[in-house]
Structures are given as structure tokens and as C-alpha cells.
Design a protein around this ligand. Structure first.
Ligand code: ADP
Ligand code: MG
Length: 594
């Protein structure tokens, strides 16, 4: 069963705690044995007493002494084992929970952007928290309880057959009945519970999506509508959950009923065997005790099965993420290439997201160190994908990308990305201070370096105006700054890294003209002496480029300087007329080159 595989996988993930785990398993074994030993000793003492046939003078302490000492011995042993388990099971599971969570987090950070665009962050967060606390409760309950139960059920119970095989066999039959009931309910509800879990995750995703877009929800007066759609998911969830609960309630009732039947059956069979001389009174008492013990264990096992069953989908989601392999990884021969000069070559590069349609088709070009290249073309023509291939968000399906003549797949990812600064369209900032956000570019940057980067990014003035200067916290995703300010911080961040290659993916397209002109200066300063790729729609940015690549349906259809391309009067001229001639004339009064 898949659920058992998940269970064993969790139990196997004890990492550095393996030795303690083995010790705890030992303690559990001892506890299980001790629990079974008590009824045996009790039964033997009763047999000794009843064997005297009502003549007290026949009973001697020396006869009972050994049994009583044994009993005391077992009692003390049980206390020691119980103390060990109580002290360490909790600690172990808490420690492991945090370790597993950290591992999951690191793994997720390594997964490619392609993975993250497909999965909502709210969903991942829930999977991480639910999965790791679920695992911790699996360990805890295993070491506190279930390990001992399993030993009792699968080892000690069959061993009772040696004490009285007829009564023992009755108990074994009972365990099978319980097993059958539980398995039946399992099969009936497994897929249903998977559905329930999907609703839970939808709920988390929906909530975090709404919280991330509070401004939209309020301004579009969507509060009511969002709340309603949330309730709709909860209703669907409850509707799916109810039948599962009913099935497990039936299992619980059946368990309870067969428990009563069992005790009665042991008593009746015992009495009958006694009358035929095939069982002693001590044995009847012993097996009545076993039956009580067993019923307790079975009930807790059914509860456990039910609980594991509810937990399994959460753990499965956790493992699914954990098993996702980063598509882009360091190859076996990857090496640290240090600082590059920035000669970028695309050689017949082809890439497809879905394996059917090529987003980038047979693209070839060479850009010399220090050159600035503008990528233009309609949306969806493959500009971002091309630059994504340069910093290995994904690898090409055909052809190769080389920097300074080295295939970028032969470089370690860390050293490749250390050489490339990216300024995204959405200037993503952390909800930390401006300084911390900048230091992401270079953790050990000196104050002078930070000041210089801010200066170049035209950001010094507004940072100085902030209430706490560099120490100002910028809010989630940098919300407390304006778009232009955010963008300048993110340019400063890229500059601090001092990379030989810079990428601006529509970094200025969301800004107003005044802000953009400010940024334009920042860009010019930033691109000095670096190979720069700019995706832009504005004339000013494009005119400053040394070369322009015109994209159409994943291919580079024209290349050249602004003047050359206008003179060519082809695709670029057409784009130019549509996009920025009007803009140029109206706003800047810049006449397009002839
Ligand atoms: P541009 O940056 O020029 O607007 P893109 O490189 O983003 O274009 O997109 C090129 C093509 O690839 C488009 O058809 C787009 O729909 C597709 N595409 C982009 N990103 C993804 C993605 N993450 N998954 C699937 N298809 C994508
Ligand atoms: Mg794009």
C-alpha cells in the first residue's frame, strides 16, 4: 500500500538521530515484553494459589518468591524504559522537524524558476509546514506508542500460542478480523481523502493569493466576493470530508463491538477448556488480561491508521516537492570560472517550454565585452526566454550558449550567476532594510561601495530622504517605495555585485517618463564597461544601444544599429513606427534618425 511506503519513508528519515532511534526502539521492545510478562506472572501466581486446592498450608513464600521478584524486576525495568522514551522521543521529533523543514526550504530554493511559476508560494508554504509537522508527529507517536504496539501485535501475540495454543489462536483470529475491517475502510476512503487534501491546499493557495493582492480586493470591492469563494471551497471540502468520517466512525464502532465480543469469547472458551482439563484458572486470567491489553492496542492501532490516513496526502505533497529534481544543475565536470570578461555567444540555440512549440528557434549571435544590446519585438516573441537561457533559468534543447568561449553548462551555476546581474521587470525586494536588500548583491560590501552603487543608480537622494536612511524597512516586496525607487534599489543591488554581464528585462517599462529619464542615467552609468542586454520598448533606451536584435516568433530576424535598421525599412522600422515614433515626437521631441 502506498500509505505504508510513505510511513516507512518518514521513519527512515531520521538522519543523524539513527542511534538514538535504535535505543528508543530497544526501550519500546522492553516495554512491550514487560506488558505481556505481567499477565503471565499473574496467571502463574494464581495457578500456584489455586493448585493448593484450598489448603493454605501448601502455599509457601519460597514457592511464590521467584515469581514475585521477577514481577518487581520487570516493574523497575519498565519504569527505566518509560523514562527513556518520555525524555527523548519528544526531543528527537522536535529536532528532526526543524532539520527536515530546513532541508525542504533549501531544496525549494534550488528548484528552477520554471517550477515556481507553476506552484503558488502559499501552497508551498503550507506543504512545508504541514509536511514537517506531520513527520514530527509520525516519529513522536512511533517512539511513544506504535513501535511497542507493533511488537505486541506481531511478535508477542503469536507467542501466546505457546502458553495455551487454543486460547492464543482465538486472539490471533481476532487480530485478523480487526485487520480486515481497517483495510476495508482504507480502500473505501483513500481516494476521497486525497480529494479533501486538494481542497485544503486550494484553500491555502486562495487565501495567500488574496492576501497578496489586498489592494486590488479592496479597491475593486471584492471583499465579499473573495469571502464567498473561500466559503465555497470550505463547503466543498466538508462535503468531501463527511463520507470519510462516516466510514471511520463505522470502523471505530466495529472495533468496539468486536472488543466486547472478544473478551466474552475468551471467557467462554476458557471455561469450556477448563471443564475439559485443557486450561487452568491461571491461564484464563492470563488470557483475559491479554485480551484486554490487545483490545487496547488494536483500538489505538485503528486510531493510528485513521490518523495516518488523514496525514498521508500532506506527506505525499511534501515528498512530491522534495522529489522534484532541479532541471538545471551543476554537471559532473562543472568548474568555477572566476571572473569572465563577458563575450557572449549564442550558437543555434533552440528552446521549447512544452516540447511542442519553440519559444526560441535557432538563435545565433555574438556580443563583444562592453557592448550594449537592445532586444526588441512583440510580446511573446522570445526575448525574456533568450535572456533566461543566458543565466540558466533553463537549458537549451539544442545549440549552446558560451561566455568567453566556455559553454555555460561547464561552469558551476554559482560562478555563472556571480558574473551576471539581473534587473527584473518586477523589482523584487525583501521586506528587510534597504541596506540588507543591497547587500544581497555583495554581502561584504563596504559603506563606500554601497554609497557608490546608490549614486550610480541615481538612488542616493531618495534613500537619504527615507526616515531611517539605509536602515529603512521597505515592506513586503518593497511596497513602501514607489515603482521607480524600487527599481533603482534593484539596479544598485545588481551594480554592487559588479558583474561583467548585466540583464535588464523591461526594467523601465512600468515607469513614467520622468522617472524613466532619471533611470536612463542610472542605466548608462550601470552599463559602462559591461556587456549589457536590455529588453525595452522606449526609444531612448533603444537608441543608446550599440546593437539591436529584432525578435519575431522566437527568432532574431534583424540585427544592426538603430540607424541601420531604420534604413533597412523592415520589421524594426515597422515596429518603430507603431511603437515609438509617436512617443518620440509627442513627448521628447526627438526626431527619429533618418
Ligand atoms: P517576450 O519576453 O518576448 O515577451 P517570452 O520569452 O516571455 O516573450 O515568451 C516566449 C514564448 O514562450 C511565448 O509564447 C510565451 O507564451 C511562452 N512562455 C513564456 N514563459 C513561459 C512559461 N513559463 N511556460 C510556458 N510558456 C512560456
Ligand atoms: Mg518578456
Amino acid at each position: 500500500m502506498a500509505i505504508l511506503r510513505i510511513y516507512f519513508r518518514v521513519l527512515g528519515m531520521l538522519g543523524a538521530e539513527k542511534r538514538l532511534a535504535i535505543l528508543l526502539i530497544g526501550a519500546n521492545l522492553a516495554l512491550a515484553v514487560a506488558q505481556f510478562a505481567e499477565p503471565v506472572l499473574f496467571g502463574r501466581i494464581i495457578d500456584a494459589l489455586t493448585g493448593s486446592a484450598g489448603d493454605p498450608s501448601k502455599v509457601t513464600w519460597s514457592q511464590l518468591g521467584n515469581l514475585i521478584w521477577l514481577w518487581i524486576g520487570f516493574g523497575l525495568f519498565t519504569i527505566a524504559a518509560a523514562v527513556l522514551v518520555a525524555l527523548h522521543a519528544d526531543r528527537l521529533s522536535h529536532r528532526r522537524r526543524l532539520v527536515v523543514m530546513a532541508e525542504f526550504f533549501e531544496h525549494v530554493l534550488h528548484l528552477p524558476l520554471g517550477f515556481h511559476t507553476g506552484v503558488h508560494s502559499g501552497r508551498l508554504l503550507k506543504t512545508m509546514l504541514d509536511g514537517s509537522s506531520g513527520m514530527s508527529s509520525v516519529w513522536l507517536s512511533f517512539f511513544r506508542e506504535h513501535c511497542a504496539s507493533f511488537v505486541s501485535l506481531f511478535v508477542l501475540l503469536p507467542a501466546t500460542m505457546f502458553l495455551n495454543w487454543r486460547l492464543g489462536a482465538l486472539l490471533v483470529v481476532l487480530v485478523f478480523v480487526f485487520g480486515a475491517i481497517t483495510t476495508y475502510v482504507f480502500h473505501h476512503t483513500e481516494s476521497l481523502q486525497g480529494e479533501v487534501e486538494t481542497f485544503h491546499t486550494d484553500l491555502a493557495e486562495r487565501a495567500s493569493d488574496a492576501l497578496g493582492n489586498i489592494a486590488i480586493i479592496q479597491s475593486f470591492t471584492r471583499v465579499e466576493a473573495e469571502a464567498v469563494s473561500m466559503r465555497r471551497i470550505s463547503d466543498a471540502l466538508l462535503k468531501a470530508q463527511m463520507p470519510v468520517l462516516s466510514w471511520w466512525a463505522i470502523a471505530a464502532v466495529a472495533t468496539r463491538a468486536s472488543a466486547t465480543l472478544t473478551i466474552l469469547a475468551v471467557f467462554l472458551l476458557g471455561t469450556w477448556l477448563f471443564m475439559r482439563g485443557q486450561a487452568t484458572i491461571g491461564e484464563i486470567v492470563m488470557f483475559m488480561n491479554f485480551a484486554g491489553l490487545l483490545v487496547g492496542k488494536l483500538e489505538s492501532t485503528v486510531t493510528f491508521a485513521n490518523w495516518l490516513f488523514m496525514l498521508a496526502p500532506k506527506l505525499r505533497e511534501f515528498f512530491d516537492v522534495l522529489d522534484a529534481q532541479p532541471g538545471v544543475r551543476d554537471g559532473p565536470g562543472a568548474r568555477d570560472i572566476g571572473k569572465l570578461t563577458g563575450r557572449v555567444a549564442f550558437e543555434n540555440v533552440t528552446f521549447s517550454y512544452d516540447g511542442r512549440r519553440n519559444a526560441v528557434k535557432d538563435v545565433s549571435f555574438v556580443v563583444e565585452p562592453g557592448q550594449t544590446v537592445a532586444l526588441v519585438g512583440a510580446t511573446g516573441s522570445g526575448k525574456s526566454t533568450t535572456l533566461g537561457l543566458l543565466h540558466r533559468v533553463f537549458d537549451p534543447n539544442g545549440g549552446r550558449v558560451a561566455i568567453d568561449g566556455i559553454d555555460i553548462r561547464d561552469m558551476t551555476l554559482t560562478s555563472l550567476r556571480a558574473n551576471i546581474g539581473v534587473v527584473f521587470q518586477e523589482p523584487m525586494l525583501f521586506a528587510r532594510s534597504i541596506e540588507e536588500n543591497l547587500r544581497i548583491g555583495k554581502p561584504d560590501a563596504s559603506d563606500a561601495e554601497i554609497a557608490l552603487a546608490l549614486e550610480r543608480a541615481q538612488a542616493s537622494d531618495f534613500v537619504a530622504r527615507q526616515s531611517d536612511g539605509l536602515a529603512t524597512i521597505v515592506g513586503e516586496r518593497g511596497r513602501t517605495l514607489s515603482g521607480g525607487e524600487r527599481q533603482r534599489v534593484s539596479i544598485a543591488r545588481a551594480l554592487l555585485k559588479d558583474p561583467p554581464i548585466l540583464i535588464f528585462d523591461e526594467a523601465t517599462s512600468a515607469l513614467d517618463a520622468t522617472t524613466e529619464r532619471l533611470l536612463q542615467k542610472a542605466l548608462e552609468a550601470a552599463t559602462q564597461g559591461r556587456t549589457t542586454f536590455v529588453i525595452a520598448h522606449r526609444l531612448a533606451t533603444i537608441r543608446n544601444a550599440d546593437r539591436i536584435f529584432v525578435f519575431d516568433q522566437g527568432q532574431v530576424v534583424e540585427t544592426g544599429s538603430f540607424e541601420e535598421l531604420v534604413a533597412l525599412n523592415g520589421r524594426f522600422a515597422e515596429l518603430a513606427r507603431a511603437q515609438f515614433m509617436a512617443e518620440a515626437v509627442a513627448k521628447d521631441g526627438i526626431a527619429p534618425a533618418q
